[in-house]
Design a protein around this ligand. Structure first.
Ligand code: SF4
Length: 334
């Protein structure tokens, strides 16, 4: 795995009006819809046709009439869009935009783990590669992980991967001791640690605390909120859409946001009168920020980088995503 800090993003293009015009013109020429995850750079969010969480964007991709999807996010997200839209061309402006959480388990490791627990049901967070999804029985998001595990008969063993914080949250909420949790995590977790979160909440006693659970970076906050380390009346665990609604409705003058810092852009647009602050402004995903204005322009000009998922893997992976959708509440942003 190439570490994020070793990657050099495409640069040299200013996100000015000429850039915006060329992006829009090329998108039209290519019959492309441009989708941006909430943790993208502000200029990428602003030029996109749609912004949202990964699963909501994948569903928009599947429903869109456009024949090409330009997915401004990280690689597993573009793969999920391809899995749900196999007939469309899916591009990611920089295929090196990975995810440390998705990289924390490979399909081979999962197969070996399954062999140690024959008959167990595999539940994987959506932050996984297509190959891992193909080895999975049911996918989950952090919004529905508890419901997904509850839908599995109590006597069946469950293998939960790859996020250990989300897995610990699921074990605690379901009270099941037959849920085995893979020890994976996202590197952005380091930026949102428990003591820091509790300190910030204590020194801003009037602020609400918004925790967005969709991306792996917020699952440690989810865990801390559940175990009572944070004041429960001020903690709001919200999807993207719920967070934007709550921003418009809250009476609080300030809000601490425990997630990747890209989300602040959408929140400030929704409620400019509120003082939104990151719990930790180092909580920035370098992989997400690989999608620069230069990368997007290159992607549209060269129709690169195209995302391919072998048909057999896509079919099996689609099954695990569709089983999740049938259980309900799959989205983080709806
Ligand atoms: S913030 Fe973490 S979980 Fe989210 S894309 Fe980046 S590395 Fe992956």
């Amino acid at each position: 795995m190439v570490l994020a800090e070793q990657l050099v993003p495409y640069t040299g293009v200013e996100p000015d009006e000429a850039w915006a015009r060329e992006v829009r013109e090329l998108a039209e020429e290519r019959d492309a819809v441009v989708l941006a995850h909430n943790y993208q750079l502000p200029e990428i969010q602003d030029i996109a046709h749609h912004t949202g969480d990964s699963l909501a964007l994948s569903r928009i991709a599947a429903e869109s009439a456009a024949s090409t999807i330009v997915f401004c996010g990280v690689h597993f997200m573009a793969e999920t869009a391809k899995i749900l839209s196999p007939g469309k061309k899916v591009l990611i402006p920089d295929a090196r935009a990975g995810c440390s959480l998705a990289d924390s388990i490979t399909a081979e490791q999962l197969r070996a783990w399954k062999a140690e627990h024959p008959g167990a049901v595999v539940v994987s967070y959506v932050n996984t590669t297509a190959e891992v999804k193909a080895e999975t029985d049911i996918c989950c998001t952090s919004s529905n992980a508890v419901d997904v595990v509850r839908s599995i008969p109590a006597e069946r063993e469950v293998l939960f991967c790859p996020d250990q914080f989300l897995g610990a949250h699921v074990r605690r909420e379901t009270g099941r001791d037959n849920v085995h949790v893979w020890a994976g995590e996202c590197h952005v977790h380091a930026g949102i640690n428990g003591p820091e979160l509790a300190d910030r909440a204590a020194s801003n006693p009037d602020a609400d605390l918004f925790i967005h659970p969709e991306c792996g970076c917020a699952t440690s906050a989810l865990y801390l909120a559940g175990e009572g380390t944070l004041p429960p009346e001020r903690v709001k665990i919200l999807s993207t859409g719920g967070m934007l609604d709550a921003a418009r409705e809250t009476g609080a003058a300030s809000v601490l946001v425990a997630t990747e810092v890209g989300m602040l852009h959408q929140l400030r647009r929704a409620a400019p009168e509120i003082d939104f602050r990151a719990v930790n402004d180092r909580a920035s995903c370098r992989y997400m920020k690989m999608i620069t204005p230069a990368a997007l322009l290159r992607g549209l000009r060269e129709e690169a980088d195209e995302v391919h998922v072998p048909a057999d893997i896509a079919e099996r992976a689609r099954g695990s995503v569709e089983r999740m959708i049938s259980i309900g509440k799959p989205g983080g942003g709806e």
